[in-house]
Design a protein. Structure first.
Length: 266
């Protein structure tokens, strides 16, 4: 099946052989998610999954960051219009399930910081390479939101509950080398070597017995898919609750006013 990618505004596509490089393309805003970009993210992995001309996907970001996650303008819009947030819930689930359901081998090439939803998308990929200056974090709590869009699912599976709770409850960022050491990602490499390392791994995977490799990935993901399906509705419901909180509004206002938020727990 031929897939038409021309309708995507915020993603670039470059196919070399049977490997497709997909690049989030909002570099001036650190690839933070706009409303439209979030919608595109919810269907992109389904389209990639239906593209029978490719076996491997390299997923990366343009510019200095992989993705800064949520866009503060979008957060303000969704605070003021809760119907927008409600519609985003289904999209958020499809982002996670799209990655898990895609039979292609997905390599995250984390060229810079991966934060919030950006980190979630990277961590749900099959293999994660990062430039050693990159940082990973899920700072939902720092903007007064529950970590609902997948972080609560994937972080404990990657690094255990004790460490996952520490980073999800504080929102602190982790340097790529530390992320590698604790098993959150596969490799942290010098930025100048990132492209070559990822390309070499893509060629290694792509030259293998692809049917067996894809089915092995599918088998491994069964438990993770079951977990995500049991958790995501509740996780997003908690995030929706905090979307209406005074602390979240305070975080939005503080960002706009370039000051630190003063949270009250409300």
């Amino acid at each position: 099946m031929d897939v038409d990618y021309s309708g995507y505004k915020y993603f670039l596509f470059d196919k070399q052989g049977r490997t497709m490089t997909v690049t989030m393309n909002r570099p001036d805003q650190l690839n933070a998610m706009t409303w439209d970009m979030h919608e595109e993210s919810s269907r992109i992995f389904y389209d990639l999954g239906m593209d029978h001309s490719i076996d491997v996907v390299i997923f990366t970001g343009a510019g200095r960051a992989f993705s800064a996650g949520g866009d503060i303008v979008g957060m303000k819009m969704m605070y003021e219009d809760t119907e927008m947030f409600d519609r985003s819930i289904n999209e958020a689930k499809k982002v996670v399930f799209g990655i898990l359901d895609c039979e292609k081998i997905i390599i995250a090439k984390v060229n810079g910081d991966a934060v919030g939803l950006g980190a979630t998308m990277a961590l749900f990929c099959d293999i994660i390479f990062a430039a050693d200056h990159a940082r990973f974090g899920d700072p939902h709590v720092k903007v007064g939101l529950a970590a609902g869009d997948g972080g609560a699912v994937i972080w404990p599976q990657a690094i255990g509950y004790a460490r996952a709770k520490e980073y999800l409850l504080t929102g602190d960022l982790i340097a790529a080398k530390d992320a590698e050491a604790m098993g959150l990602i596969n490799y942290a490499v010098p930025a100048g070597e990132l492209d070559a390392k990822v390309d070499a791994f893509a060629k290694k995977i792509g030259s293998g017995a692809m049917k067996s490799i894809k089915y092995t990935k599918t088998a491994i993901n069964i438990g993770l898919k079951q977990l995500a399906h049991t958790m995501m509705d509740t996780c997003m419901a908690y995030e929706a609750l905090t979307n209406r909180s005074q602390d979240h509004l305070e975080a939005i206002n503080a960002f706009s006013e370039k000051r630190k938020p003063k949270f009250t727990g409300l």
